[in-house]
Design a protein around this ligand. Structure first.
Ligand SMILES: Nc1ncnc2c1ncn2[C@@H]1O[C@H](COP(=O)(O)OP(=O)(O)OP(=O)(O)O)[C@@H](O)[C@H]1O
Length: 339
């Protein structure tokens, strides 16, 4: 549905050429919530701005549906932006207009008759949970409510694609989750494709189906979200996943454990889906008559699955370890030896 083919963007400045996006190829399917994550300067904003033609690639192609965005003229692009709309970190609302008037604005530009506009605005206000706030000004709303207005405004022309540029980065964690839930709801109800950029792995985990990780303009890893969390391959992905589970304390206790049990191995056991709720580890431990110390563990939810890790210290020889790995693998439990 969205095809980014070998897209490159080079900004020419007086002092140097900056390669913001470097040979990116991605395909995003209809109805997906697709996340792009990276640290500051990775090229996320430039990439997402190519999807609505706010930036044109220096080389390569961006295609949405039947339209080649990267070669469209201005007039066609303006029309296409009604179908590829965007929400922003700082909401970009018109401060002198009420909630209703903000949401109505794109419809006025599109020439929608007043009666139809009013009905559409009322429906959108209900959809985003702002019933009764239509006559408020943005300054009278909380951050989360302002973003709801931004979302309603972005949906006014029935877009096919919604681009979210750090849409929850200015919000507190609870409000972030409420806005993310709203994005899932509108994707489900309106069969939208959502592309979001973020530097928060929590956002990716909570609502995305698939994600791409960017560094220095390149996509360094891409895949289903559960795979990125369960088995991150690139160092940047590993850092994001680690930040999300916030296991610095685990790292500290590893050192202590190594001192306390110098002969023990530290294993990280990984589970996905229903396996993360079953007593597989205790069954295998009993079967092989092993002693283990549990160091830490967690179960987290992605948009549609749970996954978990358990760190254990275990005194085990290589032969028994191979047996243990084989047995656990039969139950789709992964085993990594730490350090
Ligand atoms: N208009 C521009 N002119 C020159 N350089 C630019 C321009 N826009 C972006 N860049 C540079 O391109 C690189 C990628 O920037 P971009 O904003 O796409 O990254 P980002 O991942 O979105 O970062 P952030 O989260 O900080 O916005 C950076 O080095 C940035 O300084």
């Amino acid at each position: 549905m969205i095809d980014i083919r070998n897209a490159t963007k080079i900004f020419k400045t007086k002092s140097s050429d900056i390669q913001a996006v470097d040979d990116v190829t991605l395909r995003i399917e209809q109805g997906e919530i697709f996340g792009v994550i990276g640290y500051s300067g990775a090229g996320k904003s430039t990439l997402i701005r190519m999807l609505n033609g706010l930036e044109q690639p220096s080389s390569g192609e961006v295609v949405i549906g039947e339209d080649i965005i990267s070669t469209m003229n201005r007039a066609k692009l303006r029309k296409k932006r009604q179908k590829v709309s965007m929400i922003f970190q700082h909401f970009n609302l018109l401060w002198s207009r009420t909630v209703e008037e903000n949401i109505s604005f794109p419809l006025e530009i599109a020439g929608v008759p007043k009666k139809e506009r009013q009905q559409r605005v009322a429906d959108l206000i209900d959809l985003v949970g702002l019933t009764g706030r239509g006559n408020n000004y943005p300054s009278q709303l909380s951050g989360g409510q302002k973003q709801r207005v931004g979302i309603a405004r972005a949906l006014s022309n029935n877009p096919e694609v919604l681009l979210c540029d750090e849409a929850t980065s200015a919000l507190d964690p609870e409000t972030t989750d409420e806005v993310l839930d709203l994005l899932v709801k509108i994707r489900d109800e309106m069969d939208l494709t959502i592309v979001l950029i973020t530097h928060e792995m929590h956002v990716i985990r909570k609502i995305c189906d698939r994600a791409a990780v960017m560094e220095n303009g390149r996509v360094v890893e891409t895949g289903p979200v559960i795979k990125l969390f369960q088995n991150p391959e690139h160092n940047v992905t590993k850092r994001f996943v680690k930040d999300d589970i916030n296991d610095e304390e685990t790292a500290l206790s590893f050192e202590e454990v190594r001192e306390m049990f110098p002969t023990s191995k530290i294993l990280k056991l990984g589970f996905v889906g229903s396996q993360s709720k079953a007593p597989i580890v205790s069954q295998v431990v009993k079967k092989y008559n092993l002693d283990l110390n549990i160091l830490s563990g967690n179960i987290k939810r992605t948009n549609n699955e749970s996954y978990g890790h358990l760190y254990v210290a275990i005194d085990i020889n290589e032969a028994d370890l191979a047996n243990l790995e084989a047995e656990l693998a039969e139950h789709a439990v992964t085993v990594e030896v730490e350090g």
